[in-house]
Design a binder for this molecule. Sequence first.
Ligand code: GDP
Ligand code: CA
Length: 311
Amino acid sequence: MRIVVLAGGIGGARYLRGLKQAAPEAEITVIGNNGDDIGLFGLRVCPDLDTVMYTLGGGINEDQGWGRRDETFTIKEELAAYGAGPSWFGLGDRDFATHIVRTQMLDAGYPLSAVTEALCARWKPGVRLIPSTDDRLETHVIISDADGRRAIHFQEWWVKMHASVPAEAITPVGADDAKPAPGVLEAIEAADVVLLPPSNPVVSIGTILAVPGIRAAAASKTVVGVSPIIGGAPVRGMADACLTAIGVETSAQAVAAHYGPGLLDGWLVDTVDEGVQVEGITVRARPLYMTDLDATAAIARAALDLAAELA
Ligand code: GDP
Ligand code: CA
């Protein structure tokens, strides 16, 4: 079986771990989110791609859900001693090596998709990980605060401000002109099913779908999604701030309606949201907390079962 997953960072990566257990024989292609990508200290950082790569490759900090385990922060401290910012983005020493290798390869002319493949040769995530695009794509957020109305990088809003200032708009800058990375449309075309993990619907999956061609390719397949919203709140993080910014209510129902029946065929909601109905989409209630690997594999299996029914 061929499975394509459109994944953000932590929620996507954890779900993928369960999917690998649920479908050990499947050929899994992960289309990763580029919206979080940022240039820091002259280096290209791709947080969501790295979270997937480290999580599936056994290098993740399990408690945090991002970054390397057994990490140290000497470089960060030394940069701070020079007054070299930003200091709000956590880059550890081990993690720095990934960004150095990535940046060197990009500077040498390799596209991000080839660089990602090279990085994965070390981590062996057991899936094929492809960025949504090789073109520059970054999510920016429009806010108004004491410094006036301005656009800032998504990471500044998310990591530095903890989304404390409301977003007036969230824009995937560069998406309109971006082309899907090599292999993205081919993988979707060849897929038996496309799965949406419980990733952020706006700044993770929404940004992947903003790359022209990806949404239409996925829509022609059987698509089943898992709600990141349980009982009217995100399980973790501040997805509600992103949904509010685009005028979507923070509920399992509203997120499915936002994806729409043109894209989604099936939608898994948590048992507390049992009874939720979305026009044109088959909804099923299952326990959706990814508390451990077995619970997560059960969620992945439920998505595959629903997809098989709807195919
Ligand atoms: P990020 O890029 O690291 O923010 O990660 P993603 O976009 O992949 O996923 C973030 C989303 O995962 C959040 O909106 C959470 O609500 C959701 N999430 C995290 N843990 C769980 C869980 O155990 N169950 C469900 N259903 N959603 C979860
Ligand atoms: Ca992310």
